[in-house]
Ligand binder design. Structure first.
Ligand SMILES: Nc1nc2c(ncn2[C@@H]2O[C@H](COP(=O)(O)OP(=O)(O)OP(=O)(O)O)[C@@H](O)[C@H]2O)c(=O)[nH]1
Ligand SMILES: [Mg+2]
Length: 419
């Protein structure tokens, strides 16, 4: 809530309210009023924060109704951050960073979002902007002075500068693609014949009974998936229907879905039933396959050896004997998976871009491609300058220097209330 007058009136009204209602004790609760003076607050305006003891009755009857009578309304979703943006406390990219920090599902995503909030993208765009302004000034100079004054070498250097800009754009787009792949694509599919123990393994990994386990073959008919954080990364485990030939239409569909889930996964856990003689393994898509030799509690060493010999191992494949019943071997599997994911993601320097950012970067790049073409065709400098204007326009849209009401509304409406 804001404005000095409202704050003073609020304090008076709370005092009056307590004094006037003789049936109620004068003091109902203690609260804390924190005043943030403009421009030092988050929004840049005077802000009074009221901290109460979380009792909804007190909040509703004494604070919210008092606010209401003073004409102070509840905030819209994202209104505080929007005001901060409008008062120049943060740029649009930083405001979007606030949201992705709130939405981050893992430490990995938090780091990537932090870069947006800390202004890495803002700094990069500001470099793009100065380079574009520089190019524009030179192009305008061409309009004013004749081309004979400019040497061929200068044009070559300018082309190189545009090409450098294009490579920076493609690098940032690629980094954002890897970040998206990592947060969407860290999936592990649990596959294998019916009754091997896929659902038991899913439940053990999650630590709760997510999937139905039974001795009946074909218990899981559709896939069941759940996401957890492992080694700071979001990982989705998908328990699938047991792979077997079937005439049953529902089961056939389940097997088809299992295949699709395997295709989408980074690794496949092939769950084998050590209680049985080695049987031929199903055909897997080109992914690392970790053979989980389950039910070691029921198998002797010769059975484990027979299984090890029978499995066809490619370079990336591994074997983990374990028991979902006793829990033996599960920690080794968890540690190995965390390490594998860490190795997979370490080389990536992730950067989150929203769809909106990607769009403007692509438009900027498109304008630069056109500019190079126009130079190649010796087009008049005025026409070339127009492409630079387009690129500069998209730069401005990214940081929010140029933004329409509609775009701002869309960005801030997805925030939660109070942010
Ligand atoms: N002794 C022993 N039994 C196990 C182990 N893991 C699973 N089981 C049993 O094996 C049976 C099948 O387990 P599920 O987890 O339902 O197997 P599934 O692979 O999901 O089977 P479908 O859903 O039919 O494809 C159940 O009776 C489990 O209790 C284990 O490590 N040791
Ligand atoms: Mg199952």
């Amino acid at each position: 809530m804001e404005s000095d007058a409202s704050v003073n009136r609020l304090q008076d009204l709370v005092a009056e309210e307590s004094a006037s209602s003789s049936a109620e004790p004068a003091i109902l609760d203690d609260g804390l009023f924190t005043f943030f003076e403009s421009p030092g607050s988050y929004t840049g305006e005077d802000v009074l924060e009221v901290s109460l003891h979380g009792n909804p009755v007190i909040a509703r009857h004494f604070i919210l109704s008092t606010c209401d009578s003073l004409g102070i309304r509840p905030a819209h979703p994202g209104e505080f951050t929007r005001r901060a943006f409008q008062n120049g406390k943060l740029d649009l990219l930083k405001a979007e960073g606030v949201r992705s920090i709130i939405d981050a599902r893992s430490v990995f995503e938090l780091h990537a979002s932090r870069k947006l909030y800390d202004g890495e993208l803002t700094r990069m765009i500001s470099r793009f902007r100065s380079a574009l302004i520089h190019l524009k000034a030179e192009t305008e100079a061409e309009v004013d002075f004749s081309t004979e004054d400019l040497t061929f070498e200068t044009r070559e250097q300018t082309i190189k500068r545009v090409q450098d800009l294009r490579s920076s754009i493609s690098e940032i787009l690629e980094r954002s693609r890897s970040a998206a792949r990592l947060s969407d694509g860290l999936q592990v599919a649990l596959s294998g014949i019916p009754n091997a123990g896929k659902s038991s393994l899913l439940n053990k990994i999650l630590g709760w009974e997510r999937s139905i386990v039974s001795e009946i073959e074909g218990t899981t008919r559709d896939f069941v998936s759940e996401e957890i954080e492992l080694g700071g990364l979001p990982v989705r485990f998908v328990d699938t229907a047991g792979l077997r030939e079937s005439e049953d239409l529902v089961e056939k569909e389940g097997v088809k879905r299992s295949q699709q889930q395997m295709e989408k996964s980074l690794i496949i856990f092939h769950v084998c039933d050590l209680n049985r003689e080695p049987y031929p393994e199903p055909a897997f898509p080109q992914r690392p396959v970790w053979h989980i030799l389950n039910k070691i509690d029921l198998a002797d060493d010769s059975r484990i050896k027979a299984w090890r010999e029978q499995l066809s191992m490619r370079a990336a494949d591994r074997i983990y004997p374990l028991s979902c019943k006793s829990g033996q071997g599960l920690d080794e599997l968890r540690t190995a998976l965390s390490q594998f994911l860490k190795d997979e993601t370490e080389s990536v320097d992730p950067f989150y871009l929203e769809e909106r950012h990607r769009y403007h970067f692509q438009q900027m790049d498109g304008a630069l491609v056109k500019l190079l073409q126009l130079w190649d065709e010796d087009a008049p400098a005025e026409i070339c300058a127009m492409e630079l204007d387009t690129a500069l326009h998209h730069c401005g849209e990214l940081t929010g220097n140029i933004s329409t009401e509609e775009i701002l509304g869309r960005i801030f409406s997805v925030f939660c209330v109070g942010k």
